[in-house]
Design a protein around this ligand. Structure first.
Ligand SMILES: C[S@@+](CC[C@H](N)C(=O)[O-])C[C@H]1O[C@@H](n2cnc3c(N)ncnc32)[C@H](O)[C@@H]1O
Length: 268
């Protein structure tokens, strides 16, 4: 494994903003470059709530993982995992069971380098650089297969990633392939950016995102619900992120649309 402290990004990485690093900047992390901060600041100018949204999203991810360990899930396939900061999936899940197995997948080399450094040589965690648009390659990856037993239930996490998969890349086909590959009793978790709450800001954000590798496609509540065809939605269904199994410390509970993210969990 390459030590990310020694990893030197090539010029393209320094100049081309990346969603993983922009998100890291919004969460207050340190794994970002000037080009990422510039796009993040542009985005914050049109949508000042973006930081709140990033925190609300990360919060939801933690609550979903806790819920899933509570119903017996011991394997996680986290696609679009980003740069694992405090509250990463294996950290949260292992509070319930230290034997939980996790595969992190991201297409961003920086996110993957940092994830590898964080998980080290743990045989129950794998980090794979791959693209959600090739779910067959993810499922066939030898590192993923060494960690996950697809004959047993697995939670597939698509948290804050599907809104960078345009309809032309067939997100429904991607989810159908994942559905067909996982065992009964598996779960699908989605958090998705939407224009439902603040349409003008969200559309401007889509425009800003055209300057990144991952332009955004906001989707509506019915659009998000359609991703769960073939899965039984867990209560309370498709809701704003802060409304899904909230806790006393959940952010923006009184104005949940400020989270900008619709979320849901479904069971196969
Ligand atoms: C906003 S971050 C979300 C991180 C984490 N899932 C969370 O919610 O805290 C989105 C991540 O998806 C990754 N990503 C974007 N498009 C992807 C694709 N087609 N395949 C795999 N990863 C992708 C980005 O590199 C980024 O790290």
């Amino acid at each position: 494994m390459q030590d990310p402290a020694l990893w030197v990004p090539d010029q393209a990485y320094l100049e081309r903003p990346s969603a993983a690093r922009i998100y890291d900047y919004l969460l207050g992390g340190a794994h970002n470059f000037a080009c990422d901060r510039a796009v993040a600041e542009q985005a914050l100018a049109v949508k000042p709530d973006l930081r709140t949204q990033a925190v609300a999203n990360r919060d939801f991810l933690g609550r979903a993982v806790e819920y899933l360990t509570g119903v017996g899930i011991r394997q996680f396939l986290d696609i679009g995992s980003g740069i694992p900061a405090v509250g990463s999936v294996h950290e949260v899940a292992r509070r319930a069971d230290p034997d939980v197995r996790v595969v992190y997948v991201d297409q961003d080399a920086v996110a993957v380098a940092h994830a590898q450094a964080i998980v080290g040589d743990d045989p129950r965690v794998a980090v794979v650089r791959e693209d959600l648009r090739h779910p067959d390659r993810i499922l066939g990856d030898p590192r993923a297969r060494a960690v996950l037993d697809l004959d047993q239930p697995v939670a597939v996490l698509l948290v804050a990633i599907l809104h960078v998969i345009p309809d032309s890349d067939d997100p429904h086909g991607i989810i159908a392939l994942l559905h067909g590959a996982v065992a009964p009793g598996s779960y699908l978790v989605i958090a998705h950016g939407t224009a439902d709450g603040a349409p003008d800001e969200a559309r401007q954000l889509e425009t800003v995102s055209r300057n990144t590798d991952t332009p955004m496609t906001m989707r509506s509540r019915p659009d998000v619900a359609r991703f769960f065809g073939g899965w039984d939605l867990v209560e309370p269904g498709v809701v704003w992120a802060p409304q899904w199994h909230p806790r006393p410390d959940t952010v923006v509970p009184d104005d949940p649309a400020r989270s900008g993210n619709l979320v849901a969990v479904g069971r196969r």
